[in-house]
Design a protein around this ligand. Structure first.
Ligand code: NAD
Length: 257
């Protein structure tokens, strides 16, 4: 299905919750290209659904990891190392903010809400990139998922915009530090897609309609399009690219009005 050959390459993907997850679209693209995958999921509650998703895969590795604890991340990577040895690819597709912080006024954001959103959605990328890079002796590719609310105001997105701005800075900082080791760090910035996380954003349905109306391509993007762009950034096709934030938004972000 995909003209990119990732046979012999190992990948770990954080953030599969269900079949609508962007991480799942990326996992399918990588699996289609022949990569061997480890799927890291947040908690036991999600496990049964993920086992069903991967039931046709040969010998899938499932790892539980709530990124709220450093020890969990270290344990997850120890398991990946034990089972897969080295890594060529790591994907961070994780975000969380409490529901009350994704509606109302941004100026009402609580200290606790701010810290939680930044910790789970932005900080977690740092230890994941560090542990992943340690398992990439021959270099590799690390990818995270951001959103244009890092740059422009999307009412309702609130503190998650702050978290995405921090995350995008991390992409550049990590790309600069890991580049000499042959590890590339990039982000995709998709337009709105129906997922569990998106459902928590106040006004998401209107936002999606607006995107389809105003984007140069006059439609919303698809999960598969994000999977294909991920495959590009996680393969040798993008070997000269690091520290980049690539929009997959039908061109929406170029429009002034
Ligand atoms: N859906 C969109 O419209 C859209 C657009 C641009 C960017 N994104 C980004 O894509 C990424 C994936 O989100 P999605 O839309 O696929 O939704 P999703 O709900 O399917 O994925 C979010 C994931 O984060 C995980 N997560 C949350 N807290 C965690 C924790 N403490 N430990 C471990 N995992 C945790 C969830 O389990 C889930 O798998 C997020 O960073 C999101 O901001 C989404």
């Amino acid at each position: 299905m995909y003209p990119i050959d990732l046979k012999g390459r190992n990948a770990v993907i954080f953030g599969v919750a269900n079949h609508r997850s962007i991480a799942w679209a990326i996992a399918q693209a990588l699996q289609g290209a022949g990569a061997r995958l480890a799927i890291a999921y947040q908690n036991q509650r999600l496990k049964e659904g993920i086992v069903r998703l991967v039931q046709d895969w040969p010998d899938p590795l499932l790892v539980e990891c709530d990124v709220a604890q450093d020890g969990n991340i270290a344990r997850a990577f120890a398991e990946v190392k034990e089972r897969l040895g080295t890594l060529a690819i790591a994907v961070h597709s994780i975000a969380y903010a409490s529901r009350e912080d994704l509606a109302g006024n941004f100026y009402d954001t609580s200290r606790e809400g701010f810290l939680t959103a930044l910790e789970i959605s932005a900080f977690s990328f740092i230890p994941i990139a560090r542990h992943a890079a340690e398992l990439m002796p021959e270099g590799g590719c690390i990818l995270t998922l951001t959103f244009n609310a890092s740059q422009q105001v999307y009412p309702g997105y609130n503190v998650m915009g702050t978290a995405k701005a921090a995350l995008e800075h991390e992409v550049r900082q990590l790309a600069a530090e890991l580049g000499p080791k042959g590890v590339r760090v990039n982000a995709l910035s998709p337009g709105p897609l129906d997922t569990l996380a998106a459902r928590g954003i106040h006004g998401f349905v209107d936002l999606k309609h607006l995107h389809a109306e105003r984007a140069p391509l006059r439609r919303n993007i698809t999960h598969e399009e994000v999977g294909k762009a991920a495959l590009f950034l996680l393969s040798d096709l993008s070997s000269g690219i690091t520290g980049a934030i690539l929009p997959v938004d039908g061109g929406y972000s170029i429009m002034g009005v």
